[in-house]
Design a protein around this ligand. Structure first.
Ligand SMILES: C[S@@+](CC[C@H](N)C(=O)[O-])C[C@H]1O[C@@H](n2cnc3c(N)ncnc32)[C@H](O)[C@@H]1O
Length: 329
């Protein structure tokens, strides 16, 4: 199913189909790519996230994008190297990696010293009881009241004591966003490429970070609109005296009651990225559109949008979000 609409100054086409092959898009017609593909980590056991996308999709993207055009691709900390190699092998240049950093990530590790006691058939000591335990529902992280008597344990074997508190992973505090560019046409200077295709540069002017009004030292030649946006984006001020970044809180699950997508990205984060890699009236592509956060960001910012989503439930959510966005107020 393909749905097209031309509300106000913008237009969108969304395909309820697999993105592979990017059917319906002619070569050299897309101005920017903004996408949040499956990370390949099996997020909460969702089937669509079990594998990273077949690298063939990146060659499809390169083919439909204009020479010199930019893109951003979300990835995971553990597998971004594979994503970057796949993008580079398809012909993209890696221009940067942005970090969207946050404080509320949950460590997934467990205390290995208790496994050691168990392995040695030694009883660990009970030193208290949990009041709450952290768990997951389809809708996201939750805290359950702990079942009565769920014990807090401490190792008792000698080797267990030595490894007390040892685990396997760090607290996650960022998501990487890879900034890529299709190389400009050979033999063209950047300005010539822009004149021919309208692509070839980042829209830094639209993504400046305004100075904090309490700030008095802003460098030698302060630009009236603020600083050039950095390759770090934060979810909240970190109270470290250095809040010169774009701030985007994470999305509260079920903020929109009908949106069941488990990995919705904040629309204002997608707006920042859309504004960075494209200019007004240009066309933004998201082959892994999910519930349409990239598309909404494009529509809000006078860009055209082309998206693909394979899961019917998410495609319907995207349609509904677009309908709500373009409803006359
Ligand atoms: C990480 S989610 C994107 C979430 C989106 N950023 C949002 O805010 O709603 C990735 C999406 O890609 C979709 N997907 C996976 N493989 C696909 C394919 N071959 N073609 C189109 N969509 C696909 C999944 O169903 C999932 O909704």
């Amino acid at each position: 199913m393909v749905i097209s609409a031309t509300p106000h100054h913008t237009a969108y086409t969304i395909h309820h189909a697999s993105c592979f092959g990017l059917e319906g898009i002619s070569p050299d017609t897309i101005d920017a790519l903004v996408t949040d593909p499956p990370y390949g980590i099996g997020y909460h056991n969702h089937a669509w996230d079990k594998m990273m996308p077949d690298p063939a999709i990146w060659a499809d993207c390169l083919r439909v994008m204009k020479p010199g055009s930019f893109g951003v691709v979300f990835s995971s900390v553990r597998l971004m190297h594979r994503m970057m190699v796949a993008l580079e092998d398809a012909g993209f240049r890696i221009r940067d990696v942005m970090f969207w950093s946050f404080l509320n990530g949950m460590p997934k590790s467990r205390d290995i010293s208790l496994d050691i006691d168990r392995e040695l058939a030694v009883n660990s000591a009970v030193i208290g009881q949990y009041k709450y335990i952290q768990g997951y529902k389809k809708t996201g992280a939750v805290h359950y009241k702990a079942p009565k008597g769920k014990p807090i344990c401490s190792p008792t074997s000698e080797i267990g004591k030595k490894f007390k508190g040892a685990g396997l992973g760090l607290k996650p505090a960022y998501e990487p966003i890879i900034l890529i560019q299709r190389p400009p046409e050979k033999s063209l200077k950047i300005a010539q490429n822009i004149l021919k295709y309208g692509t070839g540069a980042l829209n830094l002017e639209a993504t400046r970070i305004p100075y904090d009004h309490a700030e008095n030292k802003v460098g030698h030649n302060p630009h009236p609109a603020g600083r050039v946006c950095a390759n770090i984006i934060r979810t909240e001020p970190f109270d470290d005296g250095y809040d010169k970044f774009f701030l985007v809180p994470k999305v509260r699950q079920h903020k929109e009651t009908y949106n069941s997508h488990p990995t919705v990205k904040p629309v204002n984060l997608m707006e920042h990225l859309v504004k960075l890699v494209s200019f007004p009236d240009q066309t933004v592509l998201d082959p892994f559109a999910g519930s349409g956060s990239t598309g909404l960001a494009a529509l809000h910012n006078n860009r055209k949008f082309v998206g693909y989503e394979i899961v019917p439930e998410y495609f319907e959510v995207m349609q509904k979000r677009f309908d709500n966005a373009i409803k006359p107020k």
